[in-house]
Design a protein. Structure first.
Length: 320
């Protein structure tokens, strides 16, 4: 067999479950961060890491304070979970894929950077570069942890080459689509951190940000659409990969509708604005998952040493 003992597979399955919860928590972190921005609650807690010098500022609690406080709480929970993931991946590294400790430790470093940027965002009074870097790091974490989850969730038999090979050009296309969507998200973050869309609609100032955001949306959408359409060229047995690609294409359609709606509503509906940011995070995570699955299908990621006995462990993995 390829992979390890049933106990190793059970450990890997549990870490994959932890990673899946982390993806949800990170997307929630982006959502709460977006709500904090549109509700102008970024400085609702004037100090850091506490809020009004307390863990729970009961006397000062209102909607704005709650959003900022809960945003920090979610970030803390994510940090602790990543610390557990990194610790276990180092402690049990001989029973796990060779790439896991490095990826888990990188995610832990990124969440530490994210926390530092959060502190700077407050101390620098929401300076645009800090706000943009804060969101960029969050999106990097979404992409990295989504990839980590996919790599852990794929049965070891697939890692070893049981899955059909995906063409290199399709892997390159998936990478390009991810880069374009990530760049588009960063441009949107820069625009939002400077309130450029609001100023453009109100006084006609800063419209170049909005124009650039709309122009980059076209190649990003085309890249994802082409990825989904060319999925028909993948070998048989790639239905899961094709499904992920079509899911990304569906999210692009939703994102375009939300973007147009945001402008037509003149940014007066916070839920629509926040949804636009959340779908961007989901797109980044889903495209990172597509890229990881495609790479795994070509057996480009390492895995634990093979057992020459040839025993089939698919059933054990499914039960794990």
């Amino acid at each position: 067999m390829v992979g390890g003992t049933p106990c190793d597979l059970q450990l890997r399955h549990r870490l994959a479950l932890l990673a899946s919860h982390l993806v949800v928590a990170l997307v929630a972190l982006v959502a709460i961060g977006g709500a904090t921005r549109v509700m102008e609650a970024g400085l609702a807690c004037p100090d850091w890491p506490l809020c009004y010098g307390r863990f729970l500022p009961g006397q000062q609690m209102n909607l704005q304070v709650f959003l900022e406080w809960f945003h920090r709480l979610d970030a803390f929970v994510v940090g602790v979970a990543l610390l557990v993931l990194a610790g276990f991946s180092l402690w049990r590294r001989r029973q796990l894929p060779v790439w896991l400790p490095a990826m888990a430790c990188l995610a832990l470093v990124l969440v530490a950077v994210q926390g530092g940027l959060g502190a700077l965002t407050v101390s620098r009074l929401l300076a645009a570069p800090m706000v943009t870097a804060h969101l960029a790091t969050a999106l990097l974490l979404v992409a990295l942890v989504s990839s980590l989850f996919q790599a852990l969730a794929v049965p070891p038999s697939v890692e070893a080459g049981a899955a059909p090979g995906v063409p290199r050009w399709w892997i390159g296309l998936a990478g390009l689509a991810l880069v374009l969507v990530f760049g588009q998200s960063l441009l949107g973050a820069g625009m939002a951190s400077q309130w450029a869309a609001d100023q453009c609609l109100a006084v006609g100032d800063g419209c170049h940000w909005l124009l650039a955001h709309r122009q980059l949306a076209t190649p990003a959408a085309l890249g994802v659409g082409l990825l989904a359409l060319t999925g028909v060229a993948l070998p048989s047995g790639s239905s899961h990969l094709q499904g992920l690609a079509w899911g990304a294409a569906a999210l692009v359609v939703v994102q375009v509708v939300l973007g147009v709606s945001t402008l037509r509503l003149e940014l007066q509906q916070p839920l629509v604005t926040v949804a636009h940011q959340v779908v961007a995070a989901l797109l980044v995570g889903l495209l990172a998952s597509v890229l990881t699955r495609a790479v795994l299908a070509r057996s480009l990621l390492g895995h634990p040493s093979a057992d020459a006995s040839g025993t089939n462990v698919s059933g054990e993995w499914a039960r794990g």
